[in-house]
Design a protein around this ligand. Structure first.
Ligand code: MIC
Ligand code: SF4
Length: 641
């Protein structure tokens, strides 16, 4: 029986366990990446593990999320990360160099390697034929300390691509189509593997756009074969030596199938407020646009921005539109300065901002009240732009640029204009933004700790009965942006969980934190796909600080479920989803003899207020059980030392 590419790479890295879907395996992690907003926790945890050098082939600490530095807090975080990176042999990418995923693709990603990143969009590396997985910070800290990562073996969805994309239709439309078909929870527990002759027509940056937004499917990761396009991409980056060809066997067997004819695809948009709320631009119609934002780890590559520049050249941004562009990396910005494309963009009236995440994570450029904002980003959750009533649509760079000129959402094909895909130039290697840790070690490098950096919260050993008051009864598809909002006001406090926890669930229930403080011991209930989106473990750490003991939901998103377990909070799934409807805020719940129940297949929680009994499942692996009993991952590691 032929093998999928995903399983070939996983088997190549297998240290423990068997490749049986749903079973836990431990794999060797070749590379890790962190970014600043999850990074402070990662490096606090790494320090707590008291290791010397990291065990990976390469680990990189990027600064790209909070680069505004409106107070001392961010600069202190950056200095802290840089100092810990030096102590443990981690490369440090200074702010201004670009967005972690774009930079990792350009400089360090290699076909056939594994990568774990403390950011949900780490699967961008799948565009290069890597198994690249997003995880909570603590998992990444452990991957650095031990060079390993444990996960449940995913099933593999084969997406067969045929045909070739037409002008004005792009990689973003491919992934929007997949999202329309599979939904934001369609990828949970799965790897999305692309194959078929259509793959050949997609560049590595096109592929990276597609694997990047596999995160929005909830998938463990997404992967493309490594072929001549991969070799060409690596050659342009001065790294042809890193190329190896990789593909699934001809007769590979996939667990599920999807087929997309690229010839038939049309420009699409994800409408407010979910990446899977997709329709064609033709059907949505010419809605008036107030803001257009181009960039983010999804669509800020050289080829994306060159297409944008060619659309804008000699034209004028519509008077009622604010167009803002954030390039993916310093290399891309440099090239576009050299070849004149930057002048074309600025000449048209676009605002060019720093090579960073910027508006994608609400760090500036919040649109005006009630605005329609077209973004080439990957998430349009309500309020994420920083403006709660903004209507954010996710579109391709081509659609964004032409709409910025016309002032209305526009299907570029209706303009009759031609649009060529630019060739990739040879980039001149430049590592002036990178600080190498050579010569530094734990003895000669001091940790720089600013006053805003507080210790990360630790749970206690699981003991006795867990009695808890329901402090929020949340709905379906709750995002980690809902649980722990992040914007220019809150991002500076990612290293200060006690402060951050005051804003937990703020956007959907502003009284949550106070209610928890009153209750002392609390529970959360949620619907389907609870905790989708970002990898931020703050969405588990803030509830931990507020006294949350367990979360009962219809189903969980992968990374958040792991983050809860890592924090010693029990994620439990209703056996009968109808039980969810019988719960209200204020109900008193009890999970008797918690340590014994955690070891069983089914858990019983009693609702003392409603006099009901609920059956729930944890589906915990042995390792997860051990972590829950110890009160979280760090405690479990310490016990073993
Ligand atoms: C995001 O896109 O939501 C983020 C900000 O990059 C997060 C990480 C974080 O919350 O710091 C992610 O995707 O994991
Ligand atoms: Fe940064 Fe946005 Fe990508 Fe997250 S999704 S890593 S905030 S650019």
């Amino acid at each position: 029986m032929g093998k999928t590419l995903a399983y070939k790479i996983l088997e190549d890295h297998l240290l423990e366990g068997e490749m049986i879907p749903g079973k836990e395996i431990t794999i060797k992690m070749d590379q890790t990446l962190t970014q600043d907003s999850t990074g402070t926790m990662v490096y606090l945890q790494l320090e707590a593990m008291e290791i010397d050098k990291v065990k990976t082939e390469i680990s990189v600490a990027y600064i790209d999320h909070n680069t505004l530095q409106t107070g001392f807090e961010n600069a202190d975080d950056h200095a802290f990360i840089e100092s810990v990176a030096k102590r443990h042999g981690v490369l440090f990418s200074k702010p201004g160099n670009g967005i972690c995923h774009q930079l990792h693709l350009e400089n360090y990603g290699k076909p056939g390697k594994t990568l774990l990143g403390s950011d949900s969009h780490t699967p961008t590396g799948g565009g290069l034929g890597m198994i690249a997985i997003g995880a909570g910070g603590l998992d990444v800290a452990v991957a650095m300390a031990k060079g390993t990562y444990s996960l449940n073996v995913p099933r593999v969805v084969g997406v067969k691509l045929t045909g070739k994309l037409r002008p004005w239709v792009s990689a973003k439309d491919v992934i929007l189509k997949v999202l329309k078909e599979l939904s934001v929870k369609g990828g949970v527990g799965k790897i999305i593997e692309y194959h078929g002759e259509g793959v050949r027509s997609l560049s590595v940056t096109d592929r990276a756009t597609i694997t990047n937004m596999g995160a929005e499917l909830g998938a463990t990761t997404s992967v493309f074969p490594s072929d001549e396009n991969t070799r060409e991409y690596l050659r342009c980056q001065g790294r042809e030596k890193d190329f190896i060809p990789l593909a699934a066997d001809e007769d590979a067997v996939y667990d599920e199938h999807l087929e997309i004819d690229l010839d038939e695809l049309e420009p699409l948009a994800a409408m407010p407020h979910s990446p899977d709320n997709v329709d064609s631009i033709k059907n949505i119609g010419e809605i008036k646009v107030d803001q257009v934002a181009i960039g983010s780890c999804t669509n800020s590559s050289y080829t994306d921005l060159m297409k944008v520049a060619s659309i804008l050249k000699g034209k004028k941004v519509h008077p009622e539109v604010s167009l803002v562009i954030s390039p993916g990396s310093s290399k891309i910005m440099t090239k576009m300065a050299e070849n004149g494309a930057l002048a074309d963009i600025i000449g048209a009236g676009a605002r060019v901002i720093e090579n960073a995440c910027g508006p994608c994570i609400g760090m500036g450029q919040s649109p005006k009240s009630g605005a329609v904002s077209l973004r080439t980003f990957n998430r349009n959750f309500k309020g994420r732009s920083g403006t709660n009533d903004a209507m954010v649509y996710l579109v391709s760079p081509e659609t964004a640029a032409i709409s910025a000129i016309k002032g209305v959402l526009t299907d570029g094909r209706t303009t009759g204009d031609t649009l060529e895909t630019p060739d990739m130039p040879d980039f001149v290697p430049n590592d002036n933004f990178v600080v190498y840790p050579e010569g530094c070690n734990t003895d000669n490098t001091k940790v720089e700790m600013g006053p805003n950096i507080k210790p990360f919260p630790r749970n206690k050993k699981l003991e006795g009965d867990l009695k808890a008051t329901v402090c929020i009864h949340a709905g379906d598809n709750i995002t980690t942006d809902d649980i722990m909002p992040s914007d220019s006001r809150l991002l500076p406090y990612r290293s200060n969980v006690p402060h951050l926890s005051n804003y937990c669930f703020e956007k959907i229930d502003k009284d949550f934190a106070e209610r928890c403080k009153k209750a002392g011991s609390c529970a959360i209930t949620g619907g389907d796909n609870y905790g989708q989106g970002s990898s931020r473990e703050h969405a588990a750490l803030a509830p931990l600080h507020l006294g949350v003991k367990f979360v009962l939901a219809k189903s969980f998103a992968r990374i958040h479920r792991s983050n809860l377990i890592n924090s010693g909070i029990l994620p439990l799934v209703f056996v009968d989803p109808a039980d969810y409807d019988t719960i209200e805020v204020g109900d008193e719940l009890i999970l008797e003899n918690a340590p014994e129940q955690v070891m069983a297949l089914e858990v019983t929680v009693r609702n003392l207020t409603k006099n009901r009994e609920y059956k729930l499942r944890g589906n915990f692996s042995d390792l997860e059980r051990a972590m829950l009993l110890a009160g979280g991952k760090i405690n479990h590691i310490k016990e073993g030392q």
